[in-house]
Design a protein around this ligand. Structure first.
Ligand code: ATP
Ligand code: MG
Length: 495
């Protein structure tokens, strides 16, 4: 996995590895390779040993990509963090990951000072030369040889924290390499492609882009801060051929400037992708691929192609090459096609475990905590998270089914249905909606009236809150904890 940069730097040194849209900087494979060597040697000078954990506190800029390779090349474990996360959370992640050093930039030096435990080395990226005559070439340093090398933890990524505290997930070279190889195969990515990276690099969806492009000798185009107009302009200006987006980004592009015709793939994932959005993309002739994945599997588990989505806009397609999927019933036994149960994944993409475990290989199929079904042809459909199931007055309500009914009958841009703790019912069904501009005054009773007959009586929302936007995590999932707080605040204000 980490040899790919060196391989292309040797074979095609002048090919462009990275273009930064903000500065116009282009780095060839040879230049990126030298920069990685320089960062690796700075880490080694600071006493970093193979397996030590190094936090990355950098915004999305070329130095961050060089630092990813530098840390890997020094044999250390990369822990990318969100520099904009509140200091308290960052401190806790640095502690939990037991970091030995932290790479920051001039704009994040203060944050690094505040969050890195005392005694950790802080390296400011601007103080490391991009190339230095003293720099020696590094081959990845490791104490291990043979296939065991593949099972070393190379990256620690924190989950999005949709359901609670983010978990620190360990990913090995086997996981990252298998994920990259199977995704580029499914998408048909080639060396001539230019992949736009406009997602956080501290989550799997973003971090995987430089890894995938380096595997093929392709080009990463870097942007910081999604903005529909500006992102579309960048894609056109740099003749981008592929892009990874979370669903809300795609919606904004399609409602706004659209996407350029140079695109061969638009990979959407990280959160539920509504079928209406898939249909909108297909109608606009956008080459949409929908991916279902998670941190624990180094990103994509299954990815649907445009042809599959034309046939079934709800599917996330077949599992990728390095994954096999089964659907488990409550007793853990495999269910038949068509039956809904817990999605379980096995294969080379599955992480060996979290920060608190030391296993090198997963012991059994990984239970995702998501619900779904497989078609007889092996296409997967995700129907929600197990934890999201609302139990109200003893009845089970799938938030997805109520969300779908609302989307079909009301002029909404976005909707999230959730269970709010309730003394009488255990939980009561609540809906947060972002109405289209002309419909902001629709009341709870009107929503219930519209839905009556489409969903069972007990599943009708008892409270509908109209919002300007839904709170979301960086990977685009609805932040249900934040949403629940908004409902509580609203209820408090009504008393
Ligand atoms: P946490 O594990 O901390 O609660 P999280 O599960 O949101 O947060 P991630 O690993 O970033 O953290 O997200 C993976 C989850 O996102 C999946 O388990 C699934 O619930 C959801 N997801 C991702 N892609 C899709 C998709 N295409 N359709 C539906 N859900 C998706
Ligand atoms: Mg999760």
């Amino acid at each position: 996995m980490d040899e790919s940069l060196r391989r292309w730097a040797t074979a095609t040194p002048d090919r462009v590895a990275l273009i930064d849209a903000a500065s116009g900087i282009r780095l060839t494979y040879a230049e990126l390779d030298r920069w990685a060597d320089s960062i690796a040697s700075a880490l080694v000078e600071h006493g970093i040993e193979p397996g030590d954990r190094v936090a990355l506190l950098l915004g999305r800029k070329p130095a961050a990509i060089a630092a990813i390779w530098g840390v890997l090349r020094a044999g250390a474990t990369l822990v990318p963090l969100d520099p904009d996360e509140p200091a308290q959370n960052l401190r806790s992640r640095c502690d939990r990951a037991a970091i030995e050093a932290c790479i920051c930039g001039s704009e994040t030096a203060k944050t690094a000072e505040a969050v890195a435990p005392s005694g950790t080395d802080r390296l400011q990226i601007e103080s490391i030369p991009r190339k230095s005559s003293r720099t020696r070439q590094f081959d990845e340093r490791t104490h291990e040889t043979g296939p065991q090398r593949l099972d070393r933890t190379r990256v620690v990524l924190f989950t999005s924290g949709t359901t609670g505290q983010p978990t620190g997930v360990r990913l090995t070279a086997r996981n990252l390499g298998a994920s990259a190889a199977s995704t580029v195969a499914r998408l048909g990515v080639m060396a001539a492609d230019r992949w736009l990276l406009d997602l956080p690099i501290y989550h799997a969806g973003g971090l995987s882009i430089p890894i995938r492009t380096a595997m093929l000798g392709a080009t990463t185009v870097l942007r910081r801060g999604f903005d529909a107009e500006a992102t579309a302009t960048t894609m056109a200006a740099y003749e981008v051929t592929g892009v990874s987006l979370v669903p809300t980004m795609l919606r904004r592009l399609l409602d706004g400037p659209g996407v350029p015709e140079t695109l061969k793939f638009v990979l959407v994932g990280g959160a539920e992708t509504p079928p209406s959005l898939v249909k909108q993309a297909i109608e606009a002739d956008v080459p949409i691929f929908v991916s279902y994945g998670m941190t624990e599997t180094a990103s994509g588990i299954a990815t649907a192609t445009p042809a599959e989505l034309r046939e079934d806009p709800e599917t996330v397609g077949r599992p990728v090459r390095a994954a096999s999927v089964s659907i488990l019933g409550p007793d853990g036994a495999s269910l038949d096609p068509g039956q809904v149960g817990e999605i379980a994944v096995s294969g080379a993409i599955v992480s060996p475990g979290t920060l608190s475990s030391e296993r090198r290989r997963p012991r059994r199929a990984f239970r995702t905590g998501d619900r779904g079904r497989l078609s007889p042809a092996g296409w997967l459909t995700v129907t929600g998270r197990i934890d999201d199931l609302i139990v109200t007055g003893g009845e089970n309500v799938s938030p997805r089914s109520v969300e779908a009914a609302i989307r079909e009958t009301l002029p909404v841009k976005a909707v999230a249905v959730l269970g709010i703790p309730d003394a009488e019912w255990g939980e009561r069904v609540a809906a947060a909606v972002v109405f289209e501009a002309e419909a902001t005054a629709i009341e709870t009773e009107a929503v219930r009236e519209t839905l009556r007959g489409r969903v069972p009586e007990y599943a009708l929302p008892k409270r509908v809150l109209a919002l300007d936007s839904l709170p979301r995590t960086a990977s685009g999932t609805v932040d249900r904890t934040a949403l629940e707080e908004q409902f509580e605040e609203y209820d408090d204000s009504q008393e």
